[in-house]
Design a protein around this ligand. Structure first.
Ligand SMILES: N[C@@H](CCC(=O)N[C@@H](CS)C(=O)NCC(=O)O)C(=O)O
Length: 260
């Protein structure tokens, strides 16, 4: 009798445990499937249909060979929906859905992509140099980014100031770094986010000052080298996700959506 009870109990425990482990297996499976889905699904970019702060993210993903989707912000309602859904931590875009996260803050997004796709150097010293050069290029690009939003009477003098800063501050600095580079990259012996940003910055400045590199032979060589990397070459072709320089429509939409 005693051993019968034991047996029934054992059987119950075993069945119970079996059921539990089956459930665990399937819930683990669905978790793993979710993780894999995140891994496999394309990053989704939420921003305006224009360059702005998202453009460097598009460049970097393209340089990493990552395809992405875009959801363009065209109306105030779309922006308010993102706010209502709690998708914008600081109520700001760019926002990128990637690997199950909704990332905001441009530099955080760029650093994540750079680290994930090996565009961030081989050790912390290289990373520090990459950050230093990348931040310089970002500072220069920020000047260009702000330009279309200025009142028209300030535009001419602003453009002169941007070109002067490029010619007298940023490009001489990058020329010096490239002059002492053994590899043609800004840091180490492989492509990094700093190189991708620098090419983007050069092309942005050239949009308005096509001869700007004439006094910078190392920057000219650099431009050729980096634009000939197949993924980057592809991004520079018409029909890629690269955006054209901002026009009046882009400025109007951004102002309407963000109400500034
Ligand atoms: N530090 C943030 C700034 C983002 C930012 O200023 N985004 C603008 C659009 S480009 C925005 O969403 N502005 C709305 C607001 O600040 O209320 C970043 O670098 O991502």
């Amino acid at each position: 009798m005693k051993s019968e009870t034991k047996c029934i109990k054992l059987e119950r425990i075993t069945k119970h445990d079996f059921f539990k482990s089956v459930m665990n297996y399937f819930s683990g499976l669905s978790e793993r499937r979710k993780v894999n889905q995140h891994r496999m699904s394309k990053p989704k970019l939420h921003y305006f249909n224009g360059r702005g702060k998202m453009e460097s993210i598009r460049w970097l993903l393209a340089a990493a060979g990552v395809e992405f989707e875009e959801e363009y912000l065209e109306t105030r309602d779309q922006y308010e929906k993102l706010l209502k859904d709690g998708a914008l931590l600081y109520e700001q875009v760019p926002m990128v859905e990637i690997d199950g996260m909704k990332l905001v803050q441009t530099n955080a997004i760029l650093n994540y992509v750079a680290a994930k796709y090996n565009l961030y150097g081989k050790d912390i010293k290289e990373r520090a140099l990459i950050d230093m050069y990348a931040e310089g290029a970002r500072d220069l690009m920020t000047l260009v980014m702000r330009h279309p939003f200025l009142p028209s009477e300030q535009k001419d003098s602003d453009l002169t100031q941007i070109n002067n800063k490029a010619k007298n501050r940023y490009f001489p600095a990058f020329e010096k770094v490239l002059k002492s580079s053994q590899t043609g990259y800004l840091v180490g012996n492989q492509l990094s986010v700093a190189d991708v940003h620098l090419l983007e910055a050069i092309l942005m400045i050239e949009d308005n000052a096509s001869q700007v590199l004439s006094e910078f032979p190392h920057l000219q060589k650099f431009k050729l080298k980096i634009s000939n990397i197949p993924r980057i070459q592809k991004f520079l072709q018409p029909g890629s996700p690269r955006k054209p320089p901002p026009d009046d429509h882009y400025v109007k939409v951004a102002k309407e959506v963000l109400r500034f």
